[in-house]
Ligand binder design. Sequence first.
Ligand SMILES: NC(=O)c1ccc[n+]([C@@H]2O[C@H](COP(=O)([O-])OP(=O)(O)OC[C@H]3O[C@@H](n4cnc5c(N)ncnc54)[C@H](O)[C@@H]3O)[C@@H](O)[C@H]2O)c1
Length: 258
Amino acid sequence: MHFPSIFAKVFAENVCGTVQYVAGFFEISAMKKNLVVLTGAGISAESGVSTFRDAGGLWEGHNIMEVASPEGFARNPALVLDFYNQRRRQLKEVNPNEAHYALAALEKWFQVSIITQNVDDLHERSGSTNIIHLHGELRKARSVDDDAYIVDWFEDLNLGDVDPNGHQLRPHIVWFGEMVPMMEVAASVASKADLFVVIGTSMQVYPAAGLIYEVPAGIPVFYIDPNPDNWNSSVGTVIAEKAVRGMQILTEKLQQFL
Ligand SMILES: NC(=O)c1ccc[n+]([C@@H]2O[C@H](COP(=O)([O-])OP(=O)(O)OC[C@H]3O[C@@H](n4cnc5c(N)ncnc54)[C@H](O)[C@@H]3O)[C@@H](O)[C@H]2O)c1
């Protein structure tokens, strides 16, 4: 059994909803290569979660500064909480797609680190185990008074939901203009990559987009996006496809690096 047929089997089983790996049938190198993956909203598009740049800079019909900035929250906290409540509720209706599952399957062959700009939990739910959320997580809330007070939050978050000291809770989301606390960790992970893959991001949001400059010179780089115009094609290989198809192509290409 050789590599592509094993991946074909993993794909087939994911389509049926069960993941049953067959890695035991062949020997895996003890030293797995570091595969670092930067994902953006595009990887979740085929799960039914909208990106925002594809809708003309609107996120589900809202101006981004209205719902994703500290100023927007100060102006209208109820609207902002409601916006994220809708996004959080949507997570119960959507599922990981085959691109998420394909990344999880790659852990059998590579040391995979996912750095995601997404606030959804689809990487976790597809089985990936090593995920850095650069921009926060929908299913967490934190105190407006204490950045270190972070709690799991699966239902609606409302005005009056407070921390133990009585301070309002807010979505655990990094808004425009705020520090990106996980950036240093992400940069360190990117700097140790043997292979770097970027999926479904317009590379317009900094500092996340700057991670490409942390990657060691000369390593193989791949970019999967159906609209790759924002990508400098001299930096690696472009796979101009949606994430699901793009991951199938990438998986085939990765066999040469085992
Ligand atoms: N799912 C989510 O968590 C979600 C959704 C929308 C926005 N956001 C937030 O908004 C910001 C947006 O930045 P961004 O660069 O991630 O998104 P973006 O909206 O700026 O860009 C999305 C990219 O995905 C590509 N794309 C569209 N459909 C695709 C598909 N089927 N497969 C692969 N690629 C596809 C587009 O061509 C575009 O380049 C992030 O900070 C993120 O936190 C998150």
